[in-house]
Design a protein around this ligand. Structure first.
Ligand code: MG
Length: 174
């Protein structure tokens, strides 16, 4: 596996967060989740968590898995969303840079090996997680539309995804 694969290939690629079950994470000895917000938990234009999202957070909590939302979006967006879930969050995280990942890991008082990074973007979430030695799960974006910068990132991401599919590293169609 080349350096390119090392940094951009997620450990798992799934349809949505609902595919990710506490039992599966526990098998991997994962105790903490760093999750992206926009287009990972809800569409980028949805202000509050849906009932389904709430249930997913509840399930994780019941299984002793701590969750922190780490988002590149602004304080208002991230705080409003996170407050009703009653969990920690980091806004303007500057992913793929490492500082927010390290901060979240230390806040949750776990080792790097016990953390999973979940997100819908290869260039911020997966790259950031991989580069910092964390387990990564990529999800298909909740919504197909994006802001301007993300749109550009998606063009690159699409090429990477096609490459990984050709190589057989990712073997299902969205
Ligand atoms: Mg996102």
């Amino acid at each position: 596996m080349g350096i390119f694969t090392k940094y951009f290939l997620p450990n798992e690629y799934v349809q949505s967060i609902y595919t990710i079950k506490p039992e599966h994470l526990k098998e991997k000895n994962i105790k903490a989740i760093i999750t992206d917000l926009d287009n990972t938990l809800v569409g980028w234009d949805v202000k509050d968590p849906t009932d389904e999202v709430r249930k997913w957070f509840e399930e994780m909590k019941e299984n002793g898995i701590t969750v922190t939302i780490v988002s590149n979006n602004n304080e208002d967006r991230v705080q409003t969303f996170s407050s009703t879930l009653n969990i920690d969050y980091i806004f303007k995280a500057k992913k793929p840079r490492g500082s927010a990942f390290r901060k979240a890991t230390s806040l949750m008082q776990v080792n790097k090996s016990e953390v999973v990074v979940i997100g819908d973007q290869m260039l911020t979430d997966v790259f950031g997680g991989n580069r910092n030695g964390l387990y990564t799960i990529m999800v298909v974006p909740v919504k197909k539309t994006d802001g301007f910068i993300t749109k550009f990132n998606r063009l690159i991401e699409r090429r990477f995804l096609n490459y990984f599919k050709r190589k057989g590293y990712i073997n299902w169609e969205e």
